[in-house]
Write a protein that binds this ligand. Structure first.
Ligand SMILES: [Zn+2]
Length: 426
């Protein structure tokens, strides 16, 4: 075997190191953007460093005397084609970002289109221009929201797309893809999650991640995995930041007449009754669309979900677990989505009550009705009448209290008027 001479080894090493260094440099370190003048800098040296002409620097910065630049002065560096990456639409500096790799033939605009982002934003994040060409494999910064989750080597699990943060009382979504159908398990802190198939093949699954409105803000651990045929748990954990919700405070004063019937035994027995109902689990999701409002838009919210509350009687709870719509007695209450009636009866605190099971651990409740129009076991469709607004139970005036529970956790039902149960992708 031929023996390499030392200088050859050295230069080979040097070239390899240099290539590694150049390859690993993020785009923004090489191209365009802004540059702060350092001691010893000249306009000519800066132009060479960024591969632009002195004339372009002078024009871009309105410099009067090219021989007089100051240490600390911030210069705009035009892109290689002489244009500036100006008027980016978003405060890019505040966006969480991720690094992706360019593909053959990419420029910033082509790459931005692939991730569904504005090319000006991608250009700004990388301090370059939209027409800047990229070499295959080159690292490019994109908003984390549009970057694909990294491919995992976790047995049958291909990807896990976990939420970074969830607001108190809101519901996050967790998406998992696998190479074959597997039974996934998951939990956020000590709250178990249920996985629901996204397609007939069972290769895509998702889980609702409901967060209690009173969950202390902070970082919690989300765990996802499955048990192999040999009984080994393959799992990953992800940090999820629980963020404080915008919830106010209200004190509810109850008349003595209503308070008298609400002994702690009555309150506790009723709680056990409804908890038993929404602790059930139907593994099929019965709806695909955004929810319809359960009452006419003529009747606005009078008390939003999540408000911290104290009651003048009994141990009713310390926050508002639903959304109240003020409406006259007799106003119609509609099913917001397909479901099955799993409770329809008078209760002491909740009054005449209906609970629908929408599948996937999701239940909606309707309290204080003057009249119930459905019966247990009935299948309802979106817009079917469930009952009439009333003032029964622990209520201080005619209104609909609308509640949504996922795996037993009360979350903001209004989120489901805005969003379908899951994202379908393209
Ligand atoms: Zn209410």
């Amino acid at each position: 075997m031929e023996r390499l001479s030392k200088p050859t080894v050295h230069s080979a090493l040097f070239v390899a190191l240099l290539l590694t260094f150049l390859w690993a440099q993020p785009l923004y370190a090489q191209q365009g953007g802004a540059y702060t003048v350092a001691p010893g800098d000249t306009l000519g040296a800066i132009a060479v460093r960024f591969g632009v002409t002195v004339e372009a620097l002078v024009a871009a910065n309105g410099i009067e005397d090219p021989d007089r630049i100051r240490v600390g002065q911030v210069l705009l560096i035009p892109g290689a084609d002489g244009t500036m990456s100006t008027s980016a639409p978003a405060p890019a500096a505040e966006l969480p970002t991720a690094v992706v790799r360019a593909q053959a033939g990419d420029d910033i605009a082509v790459l931005a289109a692939r991730y569904g982002e504005d090319p000006r934003l991608i250009a700004e994040l990388n301090a370059t221009t939209a027409t800047h060409r990229l070499f295959p494999g080159q690292p490019v910064r994109v908003p984390a929201r549009s970057a694909p989750p990294p491919r995992l080597n976790l047995g049958a699990i291909l990807t896990i797309d976990a939420p970074d943060s969830i607001v108190q009382g809101r519901t996050g979504r967790l998406y998992v893809t696998t190479t074959r159908p597997v039974t996934l398990f998951g939990r956020l802190s000590d709250q178990p999650l249920h996985f629901i198939a996204l397609d007939g093949q069972g290769l895509g699954q998702f889980a609702f991640v409901p967060v209690n409105a009173l969950q202390e803000p902070g970082v919690y651990t989300l765990e996802v995995g499955y048990t192999t045929a040999r009984g080994v748990d393959l799992k990953r954990t992800f940090p999820v930041n629980v963020v404080a919700g915008p919830y106010g405070y209200q004190e509810i004063v109850v008349t003595q007449e209503k308070a008298d019937v609400l002994t702690s035994d009555v309150v506790a027995a009723e709680r056990d009754r409804v908890v038993a109902v929404w602790s059930q689990y139907t593994p099929v999701l019965l709806w695909r669309e955004r929810f319809r409002r359960p009452i006419s838009v003529d009747y606005p919210t009078t008390s939003p979900f999540g408000q911290r509350r104290t009651y003048s009687v009994a141990d009713i709870g310390n926050f508002h677990a639903g959304q109240d719509f003020g409406a006259p007695e007799g106003a119609l209450i509609f099913a917001p989505a397909p479901g099955v009636v799993v409770l329809a009866e008078p209760l002491a605190v909740r009054g005449n009550a209906v609970i629908l099971d929408h599948g996937g651990g999701v239940f909606t409740g309707y309290w204080h009705m003057s009249e119930i129009k459905v019966a247990p076991g009935m299948r309802v469709e979106t817009g079917d009448v469930l009952g009439l607004v009333g003032n029964t139970g622990l209520s201080t005036g005619p209104h609909l209290h609308w509640e949504l529970r996922i795996n037993g956790v009360a979350v903001d039902p209004m989120q489901f008027l805005e969003e379908p149960p899951f994202e379908t992708g393209e």
